[in-house]
Ligand binder design. Structure first.
Ligand SMILES: [Zn+2]
Length: 84
């Protein structure tokens, strides 16, 4: 697969996509799209990034609060963002 290669430190900010879990430095493979109805309008989407290991933990965290809207792979997310 195409794992990010941090050869160029200056390019890290937009190329290396890191898991949002606290203390995790793994490359993200999942995008969790969520919305807090108390803070956000219904069509607004906040996103968390997750590696394979933390996808379930993070989606449960959002899921029990009723915030979780969608879980897609980073590839799919970027493809749909590029298409709109
Ligand atoms: Zn992680």
């Amino acid at each position: 697969m195409n794992s990010p290669n941090p050869q160029d430190p200056a390019a890290r900010d937009d190329s290396a996509v890191i898991c949002s879990a606290k203390g995790c430095r793994a490359a993200a493979v999942w995008v969790l799209a969520w919305n807090n109805p108390k803070l956000h309008t219904p069509d607004r989407r906040k996103t968390w990034l997750a590696c394979e290991e933390h996808r379930e933990h993070l989606s449960q965290f959002l899921g029990v609060r009723g915030f979780l809207k969608d879980v897609v792979t980073l590839e799919e997310w970027e493809a749909s963002a590029a298409g709109s």
